[in-house]
Design a protein around this ligand. Structure first.
Ligand SMILES: *Cc1c(COP(=O)(O)O)cnc(C)c1O
Length: 431
């Protein structure tokens, strides 16, 4: 497709990265189900391995179906290059280890997705990378936590468990002042609701599993390099010392100026993805491409339904409290009016009066909502963290994490809002 960068979001989500190939003229994106690709000759093979030429080698490093997905996400995010991987979690882990090594530190907002929190809090420390957690509401807290060992700042656009919205631009200002990259997990907003790169994100990570795929059919993740970060500060040792994992290449120094711009994406692909192996199956990439085609049609409905649910629960006698960034009076409301002008996402959390037992009873009574540990499906989903994902924690630990015993998390689907509200009402009546 010509002039892709000029096309609008809706067009890019359907067309970017793919034109019918001249051999088969297939209009749909083909699934390239192959492990390896033939080289034209020995010189061609040598050039590919030396990064002198780009092309297909082996599907762990890249695959044409995945590449279409990567190009499409890059254009939707307004970035320079993307790398797709086996899960959102793998996108986050590989992003961290592309930038940081033993002895380095991360400064992260504390209101993270559970798996990411565990990675930063309990797994990375064993590999020598430690995290200082700070309050997402306080950009100055990020600044205070920065030390000479800090290598990146990390936030989610909308965090857990109560859906607080991050002031991406304010935190980016701190990152820029200290010449650190800001990594943003944009899963809960997707580029449709928020173009984080325009607000100063240097690297965007997305779980494709959620709204981008949109149908709860596959697990995948992707990291997008904005192409704007300068890695030449010697404190980024992995980019400035000869890399033993890649012919002694110094990523911030030896690459051409054009490739230096995407040094992060290149190192991500050729070091951790190539050698640790969390690659995305082309079948799953194809499924995410199908989902992406309707992202701009689904997201407004997710947002509209979620706002209706939030307003409905706000008035409901059996709901103790409700949080939704787009709900009038919500602590994130003012910021969401500035940042999320197209809608405040598909997640709603609320407290059921009666605590843990009432929460479990509510969940068991739902008919339209599915009780699953997932979000971002076209289908409405619910979970009660106190009796499931967080049931191993003490009441005290849950309180520290903001997971109260009465908290119910809803991922609002795109079914009829009348049916959604009827199911919520019937289940609240059953308590
Ligand atoms: C689901 C999720 C992840 C992890 O993604 P997976 O694809 O499940 O590995 C990371 N961050 C957020 C905000 C998520 O919702």
């Amino acid at each position: 497709m010509a002039n892709e960068t000029r096309a609008r979001f809706e067009t890019l989500s359907i067309q970017a990265g793919h034109s019918p190939d001249p051999t088969t003229f297939s209009r749909g994106v083909p699934v390239y189900r192959t492990s390896a690709f033939t080289f034209k000759n020995a010189e061609h093979a040598a050039n590919l391995f030396a990064l002198k030429e780009f092309g297909n080698i082996y599907s762990r490093l890249g695959n044409p179906t995945n590449e279409i997905l990567e190009t499409r996400i890059t254009q939707l995010e307004g970035g320079a290059a993307s790398v797709s991987v086996a899960s959102g979690t793998a996108a986050i882990f590989n992003t961290v280890i592309t930038i940081a090594k033993a002895g380095d530190e991360i400064v992260s907002a504390s209101n993270l997705y559970g798996g990411t929190y565990t990675m930063f809090d309990a797994i990375l420390p064993d590999l020598g990378i430690t995290t200082r957690f700070v309050d997402v509401h306080d950009a100055s807290a990020f600044e205070r936590a920065i030390t000479p060992k800090t290598r990146l700042l990390y936030i989610e656009t909308i965090g857990n468990p109560v859906l607080d919205l991050a002031d991406v631009a304010a935190i980016s200002k701190v990152a820029k002042k200290h010449r650190l990259p800001l990594v943003v997990d944009a899963t809960f907003t997707t580029p449709y609701l928020l173009k984080t790169i325009e607000h100063g994100a240097d690297i965007v990570v997305n779980s494709l599993t959620k709204w981008l795929g949109g149908h709860g059919t596959a697990i995948g993740g992707i990291a997008t390099d904005a192409g704007t970060f300068d890695w030449s500060d010697p404190k980024f040792e992995l980019f400035n010392r000869p890399d033993p994992n890649y012919h002694g290449l110094r990523w911030a120094i030896d690459l051409s100026p054009e490739l230096r711009k995407i040094a992060f994406a290149l190192r991500f692909r050729t070091v951790p993805l190539r050698n640790l192996g969390a690659c995305l199956s082309p079948d799953n990439a194809w499924m995410f491409l199908q989902g992406l085609e309707t992202l701009h049609v689904r997201m407004p409905r997710h947002c509209e339904n979620a706002l209706s649910v939030a307003r409905h629960l706000k008035k409901h006698p059996k709901a103790a409290w409700v949080r939704y960034p787009g709900l009038e009076g919500d602590p994130s409301y003012e910021l969401s009016r500035k940042l999320l002008v197209k809608g405040a996402g598909g997640m709603v959390v609320f407290g059921v009066k009666g605590g843990r037992e009432a929460g479990a009873r509510f969940i068991d009574s739902l008919r339209l909502f599915s009780h699953v540990a997932n979000v971002g499906d076209a289908k409405s989903l619910a979970i009660h963290p106190a009796t499931t994902t967080h049931s191993q924690l003490s009441e005290e630990q849950m309180k520290e994490g903001g997971v109260t015993a009465d908290l119910v998390r809803l991922s609002i689907g795109i079914e009829s809002i009348d049916d959604i509200l009827a199911d919520l009402d019937a289940s609240l009546a059953a308590i």
